[in-house]
Design a binder for this molecule. Structure first.
Ligand SMILES: [Zn+2]
Length: 209
């Protein structure tokens, strides 16, 4: 890989972050996006940056051995880097991991008290790889802990035994994380899950769920 290619991959994240920010899903520096490179390292958004105004210096590169390469001296990796590391370790086909904090993700995470959110059997599920008629599909829900490593450990433990039906997970009162083979797919997945969450909030208002 050369530096030009690395730069190109960061541009995909910058574009997605700007779009998510405009949707209100990454306000107040919230959320984090990453893309994995062929050598196994990944670029992730630096901590505390406005997601609507990212530049290529607002990223940190994490290597499989844990080594950190900063794009700028004052960069720190996202506080939630451990979750991205766990996702990449669990799913070798995942090359991008996107995490956003939307209002709807937080509302629907309270629609269930257990560890799985039942999803409505919407056509949109096909975009997440669920090709069944009237699918009986759930999204895994994890508790939010101050120690991010604890969330990451629970994801690792549960998914090692029970792989999820969809490439997405919710952290209660926090946000949603998706992973995909490419940055383009990850952007689509965020749009799809956010559509499903908006539908669920609307369906709750009219009393059909
Ligand atoms: Zn978060």
């Amino acid at each position: 890989m050369n530096s030009r290619t690395h730069s190109d991959r960061r541009l995909e994240l910058i574009s997605a972050a700007r779009y998510f920010y405009q949707q209100g899903w990454m306000v107040g520096t919230a959320g984090n996006l990453s893309v994995r490179l062929p050598d196994g390292s990944f670029w992730i958004t630096a901590s505390g940056r406005c997601k609507g105004e990212l530049t290529t210096s607002d990223f940190v590169r994490i290597y499989p051995d844990g080594r950190v390469e900063k794009a700028a001296d004052n960069s720190r990796p996202s506080a939630e880097t451990a979750i991205h590391q766990v996702i990449y370790n669990l799913f070798p086909q995942a090359n991008s991991c996107y995490h956003v904090h939307s209002v709807e993700a937080n509302l629907v995470s309270r629609f269930c008290s257990g560890d799985s959110l039942t999803l409505p059997p919407l056509e949109m599920l096909k975009g997440l790889g669920v090709w069944e008629e009237n699918p009986n599909c759930v999204m895994p829900v994890f508790n939010n802990y101050l120690q991010v490593q604890r969330i990451a450990d629970e994801i690792q433990q549960r998914f090692s035994i029970n792989p999820p039906q969809v490439p997405a997970l919710l952290i209660r009162d926090h946000g949603v994380t998706v992973w995909a083979p490419s940055a383009t797919d990850a952007r689509n997945y965020v749009e799809l899950v956010e559509y499903i969450f908006r539908y669920m909030v609307a369906a709750y208002r009219v009393g059909i769920i």
